[in-house]
Write a protein that binds this ligand. Structure first.
Ligand SMILES: Cc1cc2nc3c(=O)[nH]c(=O)nc-3n(C[C@H](O)[C@H](O)[C@H](O)COP(=O)(O)OP(=O)(O)OC[C@H]3O[C@@H](n4cnc5c(N)ncnc54)[C@H](O)[C@@H]3O)c2cc1C
Length: 377
């Protein structure tokens, strides 16, 4: 039998015992769940993953995201943002100086970071990006606006994707690593959202921010592969989060339909309810298998496989929460029973980390590029 990592077991206990209650509270106050994040960081999940300590694997880390999201999806969002939007890019692409300055602190939760790609009007369409860095004799001047940036209100370091225009007119893309206190950088008001309320999200404005080559991620103008890599890393974590949301909703639905109602009758004794639950369980098994296959076969940076994995998992989260609220009647619709919160929280998985339709475009790309010549096997 699959032996679960000690740390994963600790997160499982913490999630069951503490997080459901905390999630209900933070869903009503739109506040950052500091105490819960401090606890997660005290377990040294990210240091273990990045320093190859305690045999913690990437699969274990995704299990942590799934288990946290089973009770408190917004907490899963905060952790996966810290990992995929800050720790991963700095660790994978950062200069020695960038690693020394931010990495250790980010691994331990002493600082938070965020990654800003999305913009007002043009969204996450890279070719249409309006945030531009002009090269000068001494460095770069960066201006633009970013929208809906997770963790930006609590971030000390911001990774900003921008179009670059070099002195000789050459255009490219880069990610700039910038301290929040830098002149010209401003984080907007906290956004009010439909779900995952505890995740702090805001806009970021950049007004002629003066930078040097030291602010370039990795010290180079190499934005496109860096952005792709961050997106893929983030999408797999969102897939794990989606599995957690589906699993959390299923647990709650099962509890409801298993109650004795009248003269010992239970909803679960009805075949129609059993069929719905069977479809959900099959969906969870399938999405989980796909995620494991991508990891086991080292396809974490295969954009198409990752897109299929996130699309499958987020569809599952949305369909499962919808199905569970339907089978829970008025009970599921009421606040404080978690189910309606899971319906609201599930929706984000089809939006952030690229919308489902954008993922479908990625999956369809090879056929479109081959002008619809389908190879018969
Ligand atoms: C809570 C939250 C947190 C977020 N966190 C971050 C973050 O940390 N960093 C960050 O950079 N962004 C973040 N985002 C932004 C998120 O990635 C975008 O909202 C998402 O990619 C959709 O872009 P958009 O909102 O601009 O919608 P639009 O681009 O306006 O798209 C609307 C719809 O049009 C369709 N569509 C648009 N373009 C395409 C295309 N090329 N192919 C196929 N269909 C398309 C899709 O169905 C899409 O849902 C966050 C968003 C939310 C809501």
């Amino acid at each position: 039998m699959d032996k679960r990592h000690e740390l994963v077991l600790q997160v499982t206990d913490y999630s069951h015992q503490e997080l459901a209650k905390a999630a209900r509270y933070y869903d009503t106050v739109d506040k950052f769940p500091e105490e819960q994040m401090i606890h997660l960081f005290s377990l040294a999940i990210l240091p273990s993953l990045y320093k190859n300590l305690n045999d913690l694997t990437y699969h274990d880390y995704l299990s942590v995201i799934r288990l946290v999201s089973k009770n408190f999806p917004a907490l899963g969002s905060i952790l996966l943002t810290q990992e995929s939007h800050c720790v991963w890019p700095i660790s994978t692409f950062g200069t020695t100086q960038q690693k020394e300055r931010y990495l250790e602190k980010a691994l331990h939760g002493e600082i938070y970071g965020c990654f800003a790609l999305n913009e007002p009007i043009t969204g996450s369409e890279i070719e249409e990006m309006k945030t531009v860095a002009h090269q000068t004799e001494t460095g770069w001047v960066l201006s633009g606006n970013k929208d809906y940036i997770s963790n930006s209100p609590i971030a000390s370091v911001l990774l900003i994707a921008a179009k670059t225009i070099a002195l000789d007119g050459t255009q490219g893309y880069a990610i700039f690593v910038i301290d929040k206190k830098t002149n010209g950088l401003k984080v907007g008001e906290l956004e009010e959202k439909m779900g995952i309320k505890a995740l702090p999200v805001a806009s970021v404005q950049l007004d002629k921010v003066q930078l040097t080559d030291d602010n370039l991620l990795g010290g180079v103008v190499n934005g496109l592969p860096q952005i792709d890599s961050i997106l893929n890393r983030n999408r797999l974590a969102v897939a794990a989060q989606s599995l957690g949301i589906a699993g959390g909703a299923l647990d709650r639905g099962l509890k409801y339909v298993s109650y004795n109602r009248n003269l010992g009758k239970r909803l679960i004794d009805m075949a129609s309810i059993q069929y719905k639950l069977a479809d959900i369980e099959t969906g969870i098994y399938s999405a989980r298998s796909l995620l494991m296959q991508v990891i086991n076969s080292r396809q974490e940076q295969d954009e198409r496989m990752v897109a299929m994995t996130k699309l499958t998992a987020s569809n599952l989260a949305i369909e499962t929460t919808e199905s569970i609220i339907n089978m829970s009647g008025g009970y599921g619709y009421m606040r404080n029973n978690d189910i309606e919160r899971f319906v609201r929280d599930a929706k984000i998985t089809a939006i952030y980390g690229s919308s489902s339709d954008r993922l479908r475009s990625i999956i369809a790309k090879p056929w479109v590029n081959k002008k619809c010549k389908v190879k018969e096997e």
